[in-house]
Design a protein around this ligand. Structure first.
Ligand SMILES: C[S@@+](CC[C@H](N)C(=O)[O-])C[C@H]1O[C@@H](n2cnc3c(N)ncnc32)[C@H](O)[C@@H]1O
Length: 198
């Protein structure tokens, strides 16, 4: 990882912490993943050789930068954000990092966006958005993830109670297996089983 990129990540971490502690208004908070979560996502993306990543919940683009760096040249990260002012901040950060050419920004409601995607279109999903909507998104999420690939969900420990219904849906899905890891705010890593090719 280049020094300038590491410095940008550190700058955004400091900005996120200062910003989020300066306001009680949730919509104004950046709510970024932790540094170790970013490093963890990058390792997963590289290990999976993911080339077509989808992130739901861009905020100002901190987590997107980790994903975009990890996919490498030739890879793409599509990231969805509802709030225009945050998408604007993210656009700026993507340019600063020189990674804008591999990032596709969607400023829309993630539910409508994922409903219109093709089956198996993405080989890595990262979900870090409005947890109350995850249950309604489950059918689309499981459909657009390719077989043998990962869906990672942030805040699975910090906000476990908000994910109870969602977790029940996942547990009832035979084609998914998962593990909850104590990284950052708790990462739920779900594998869409590849199925029996024989
Ligand atoms: C926790 S923040 C994302 C933080 C970001 N992943 C990071 O680590 O830098 C969640 C974001 O999801 C966005 N969001 C909430 N509901 C959404 C929806 N229905 N569609 C798209 N984005 C949504 C919020 O505006 C917010 O910026």
């Amino acid at each position: 990882m280049e020094q300038a990129f590491t410095e940008l990540l550190r700058e955004l971490e400091e900005f996120g912490e200062a910003n989020d502690s300066s306001t009680d208004q949730r919509s104004r908070k950046m709510l970024n993943i932790t540094h170790d979560t970013g490093a963890f996502l990058a390792v997963l993306v590289k290990a999976c050789k993911a080339r077509n990543v989808l992130e739901i919940g861009t905020s100002n683009g901190y987590s997107t930068l980790w994903l975009a760096d990890a996919v490498g040249e030739g890879g793409t990260v599509t990231t969805v954000e509802l709030a225009e002012e945050k998408a604007e901040m993210a656009r700026d950060n993507f340019r600063r990092a020189g990674l804008h050419s591999r990032i596709r920004q969607i400023t829309d409601d993630a539910g409508s966006f994922i409903a219109g995607r093709d089956a198996g279109e993405y080989d890595f999903l990262f979900l870090d958005s409005n947890r109350a909507q995850y249950v309604g998104w489950w059918d689309s999420l499981r459909r657009i993830l390719a077989d043998g690939c990962l869906l990672v969900i942030d805040n699975a420990v910090s906000h476990a109670h908000q994910l109870e219904e969602f977790s029940k849906l996942v547990e009832a899905s035979d084609d998914f297996s998962g593990v909850l890891l104590p990284v950052g705010k708790g990462e739920l890593v779900l594998l869409k089983e590849a199925g029996d090719a024989s």
